[in-house]
Design a protein around this ligand. Structure first.
Ligand SMILES: [Zn+2]
Length: 402
């Protein structure tokens, strides 16, 4: 198979029903890890699965919300808010909470609160705490009119079920204050055994250059509601793998470590594990999170700018030479975990704008929206940065040597 076609093959697998949205700790993520490991093996890398415990929240079945006689549709009409919510089953009365209502504390006890309007300066975490103190059984919060509600898998210490609800539905519910609510949020919060996929190509050097990308995503809701995570981050994984294929053919003056990371979506757990337990000391890292959202690679996020960091300067010069705008935006992706440990890191990715931004963490982030040509351009950039590092290494006046 031609190299370009390999990348398409990888993207097809990563976004397939077999990978099932690649949620950390699921069979889909496990299959993905083995697929990536086999690819690294075939390229001559010394590969291994690195165990990582990933705390995350996960739906074990489809959530239900019935108010009065109406049944609402998960992800479309309402969605779980994993970071602030507990799972649970609630059968109680609806209580619409308005700012100017005169309610006694006993009016709240055991009810399902509905926040109909979020006032200016609304703080969700504080509101959840207040609802818990008042003895709420669950909390519903109006949250706009998205096509799909964003999915999250962050796990928090919430004590009651908390749901976001479509504004138009919240307004309907306001007319049936006091109606019976049946709410089932099968949310399981646990630390699960997961794996980073590591591949090392040793070249008898004390310099190790790492290419990383997270392979986990949010997991399918059901067969019909798939979260294929094409941009986030099948694109980055496929581009890094393709870059590894190109570089494996060359005699490199450094060790090359490729790491496909788990647990990014619930808190950068794979990145933290890699950086505290690297197979060899890591000298510099390029992380790629999200590429292919636009038809052309006009701009690329380089991440946090480390003052005088030669890797950052190098990355910027490669982009500028190709007419690609360098954006200095620090993300909340895995690169921030590496930077916080002081490792020279480029956090590459395309900044999704407009339509591309609203598809993030929804079923709309699918393969059909990806621009393959842009991903191929990204691979060229990665290969060129790696080769430039090679040149610096060869000239022996490299700035990275310890
Ligand atoms: Zn994500």
């Amino acid at each position: 198979m031609k190299n370009r076609h390999r990348l398409e093959h990888d993207l097809n697998f990563l976004t397939s029903p077999q990978a099932a949205g690649r949620l950390s700790g699921t069979a889909g993520a496990h299959r993905t890890a083995h697929y990536l490991k086999a690819e690294l093996d075939s390229l001559g890398f010394d590969s291994a699965l690195q165990p990582v415990g990933v705390p995350a929240a996960r739906l074990t079945s489809t959530p239900r919300l019935i108010v009065g006689t109406q049944t609402f549709s998960p992800r479309r009409d309402f969605a779980e808010l994993t970071a602030l919510s507990a799972g649970g089953f609630v059968n109680s009365q609806l209580l619409v909470v308005r700012e100017d209502d005169l309610l006694r504390p006993e009016d709240f006890k055991g009810k399902v609160f509905l926040i109909l309007v979020r006032p200016q300066g609304f703080n969700l975490a504080e509101t959840v705490n207040a609802a818990v103190e008042l003895g709420a059984a669950a909390l519903l919060v109006e949250h706009g009119e998205p096509q799909w509600f964003h999915k999250t898998v962050y796990s928090g210490k919430g004590k009651i079920p908390v749901l976001r609800v479509r504004t138009s539905i919240a307004e309907e519910l306001a007319h049936i204050n006091g109606a019976q609510v049946e709410l089932d949020l099968p949310l399981d919060r646990a630390t699960r055994p997961c794996n980073n996929v590591l591949g090392l190509l040793r070249n008898d050097s004390d310099f190790t250059f790492a290419l990383t990308a997270h392979y986990d995503h949010l997991g399918d809701d059901s067969e019909n509601v798939r979260f294929s995570g094409a941009f986030d981050n099948a694109s980055g994984v496929a581009a890094i793998l393709q870059t590894a294929r190109e570089l494996a053919k060359e005699k490199l003056p450094f060790n090359l470590l490729v790491a496909f990371l788990t647990g990014e979506e619930s808190g950068l757990w794979g990145a933290k594990q890699l950086i505290t337990h690297p197979p060899v000391p890591i000298s510099a890292i390029i992380n790629l999170d999200g590429i292919g959202s636009e038809p052309k690679l006009n701009a690329l996020r380089l991440g946090h700018r480390g003052r005088g960091d030669p890797l950052a300067e190098l990355g910027e010069s490669v982009l500028l030479k190709r007419g690609i705008q360098a954006q200095w935006v620090s993300g909340s992706d895995d690169s921030s975990a590496f930077i916080s440990k002081g490792i020279p890191t480029l956090g590459l990715g395309q900044q999704p704008t407009g339509q591309a931004r609203s598809v993030m963490h929804t079923p709309l982030d699918s393969l059909e929206l990806l621009h393959l040509e842009t991903i191929h351009q990204g691979v060229e950039v990665l290969v060129e940065i790696a080769r430039s590092i090679s040149e610096i290494q060869k000239e022996k006046n490299h700035v990275y040597a310890k």
